[in-house]
Ligand binder design. Structure first.
Ligand code: B1M
Length: 210
């Protein structure tokens, strides 16, 4: 599709208004919100990621792309989080200490809300103490942690070890996610499950809470 390619280019170039407009046009053409998200937005960000890795794009450019992607996500948000009002469960989620990537986490939040979960989003750069304060306050079923860096993902183990030490590990389902993680890692740090993407986070959360 030509428009999808154009949107991926616009996302690459950090053109927020154009990405918003493209999102609106695809929806008007009858596209499902989830398809606009994966094909146009996530697809575009994947290309950005490759050129970022290869030193073709730098932080300021990637920030503009992230900002453009968030513009599109704002349009999709009400469609993806059109909850049926039922309460599937409660989740506290945040990106771990030292890590400021939040697009994936925001997506998980949106899709979980769409599936009827109540989600308390702590934001980025969350320490174990921050997580514990939120668990204490909100008493969720699930603790979700996100990490996008190989240097920050070990912090998930710090949080989980501390939960064990404080005798509260069994009180929560711990789900982890982020591009550099895998099932093996999730098991090694003592999480209940690894979530490959936002859709599988929803499936796994439903399964685990039931
Ligand atoms: Co960063 N960055 N970045 N970056 N960045 C990566 C992660 C990187 C892979 C790029 C690369 O080199 N190819 C690389 C990490 C390499 C590594 O660790 N081995 C990297 C680097 C190196 C860095 C900096 C260190 C660069 C620098 O400063 N020199 C720096 C670190 C800053 C910090 O955190 N301390 C940095 C900064 C940034 C920006 C600020 C410019 C920007 C972030 C903006 C923002 O988030 N607001 C940015 C971006 C955008 C990226 C890439 C290009 C895209 C990430 C993204 O949003 N993907 C990324 C390359 C890549 O991943 N291909 C990269 C789209 C998103 C929908 O996917 O986040 O994977 P994702 O989330 C998915 C799943 O993983 C899962 O579901 C989501 C939806 O399907 N999921 C969960 C995620 N979290 C979950 C939690 C759950 C469940 C599922 O809980 C239950």
């Amino acid at each position: 599709d030509e428009l999808v390619e154009q949107m991926q280019d616009d996302l690459y170039d950090g053109l927020r208004e154009e990405v918003i407009e493209g999102t609106e046009i695809l929806l008007k053409r009858g596209w499902e919100a989830g398809d606009v998200l994966t094909k146009a937005l996530v697809g575009g960000m994947t290309i950005v990621g490759i050129d970022f890795r290869d030193g073709i794009l730098f932080v300021p450019e990637v920030l503009s792309s992230a900002n453009a992607m968030k513009g599109g996500m704002e349009i999709l948000r009400p469609l993806l989080s059109a909850s049926d009002g039922s309460r599937a469960g409660k989740m506290v989620i945040g990106t771990v200490k030292g890590d400021i990537h939040d697009i994936g986490k925001n997506l998980v939040k949106m899709m979980m809300e769409g599936a009827g979960f109540e989600v308390i989003d702590l934001g980025i750069n969350q320490s174990a103490e921050d997580f514990f304060a939120a668990l204490e306050e909100h008493k969720p079923d699930i603790l979700g942690m996100s990490a996008l860096l190989t240097t920050t993902m070990p912090y998930m183990k710090v949080v989980i070890d501390e939960m064990v030490a404080q005798g509260m590990r069994e009180d929560y389902i711990v789900l982890v996610g982020g591009a550099p993680l895998n099932e093996e890692f999730s098991e090694a740090v003592g999480a209940d499950a690894y979530c490959r993407d936002a859709a599988s986070a929803v499936d796994i959360a439903k399964e685990q809470v039931a």
